[in-house]
Design a protein around this ligand. Structure first.
Ligand code: F6R
Length: 261
């Protein structure tokens, strides 16, 4: 696991965009895994401006979202499908239907989850997965106690996650859905490169566990310690509980420029 501590969200966006640009240069048909929420916004902003400038293109690329709320109307602005369209997909040059998400409106939920796993497999798997992390340690919506071998399925959101996400629902925690469809931890582990992004002191505890703690279903992101290519991009505040901060900084500083993350 590589840990990179950067000054702020735009710097994180730029390093992640470099990795995505390099991937698309070598493989224009790359499959990206897309997280919603606040953490990846600087990455999407940077990718959108590079796309505007003609420096990057998603024309042949595909995307798979991590998760989707269950129980919101199809036209609800906080459906993750609507959010990802606004913050990223509509700002770059993806082809029509190139980005898919789990169907949170499905009546047959197990079938919808199985179809989603199939779609990812048929696309050749995710080349680069962008992840945020919840304050309770979730990745996608794999809440504490999730099986480390889990696949796409329905999950109940914890009270903490619903409180955290109430900011997107005018502060009304009761308006936040209680359930979601989410890629499982094993689904995420199939991605070839995982970039986990966290900023702010509110994420310091959640970040400490996957980077330096023992692997445990109580901190679902710790499963990433078993992944061969994970990059954790943090600002100083999110890194403040890490013991080996000086080592991570020195390692990144001394890395040859050509190497990337
Ligand atoms: C969203 C997702 C979640 C978020 C996490 C952090 O698709 O999968 O795991 O990444 O809840 O959210 P923010 O970035 O809003 O703090």
């Amino acid at each position: 696991m590589e840990v990179v501590i950067l000054p702020d969200a735009p710097a994180i966006g730029s390093v992640a965009a470099d990795a995505i640009g390099a991937l698309l240069d070598r493989k224009p048909t790359a499959v990206l895994g897309l997280a919603t929420g606040s953490s990846p916004l600087a990455i999407y902003d940077e990718l959108a401006s590079r796309c505007d400038a003609g420096l990057i293109s998603f024309r042949q690329a595909r995307g798979f979202m991590l998760d989707e709320y269950v129980g919101l109307d199809a036209d609800h602005p906080q459906r993750y499908r609507a959010v990802i369209d606004t913050v990223f997909v509509s700002r770059v040059d993806f082809g029509p239907a190139a980005v898919q998400g789990p169907d949170g409106t499905a009546t047959d939920i197990p079938a919808a989850c199985a179809a989603y796993e199939d779609a990812i497999r048929q696309a050749g798997g995710v080349d680069l997965q962008i992840l945020g992390i919840g304050t309770d340690g979730h990745i996608a919506f794999n809440e504490p106690g999730s099986s480390l071998a889990s696949r796409t399925r329905i999950m109940t959101l914890t009270r903490q996650t619903r409180i955290d996400n109430a900011r997107f629902f005018d502060g009304d925690v009761d308006a936040v859905p209680t359930h979601c469809l989410t890629q499982g931890l094993a689904t995420i582990m199939d991605a070839r490169h995982v970039i986990l992004v966290a900023t702010g002191k509110g994420k310091a505890e959640a970040v400490h566990h996957p980077v330096e703690g023992p692997v445990s279903a109580m901190w679902p992101a710790t499963v990433l310690q078993h992944h061969p290519h994970v990059t954790v991009l943090l600002d100083d505040a999110a890194a403040r509980r890490l013991q080996l901060v000086d080592y991570y900084r020195e390692t990144y500083r001394s890395k040859p420029e050509w190497q990337g993350i």
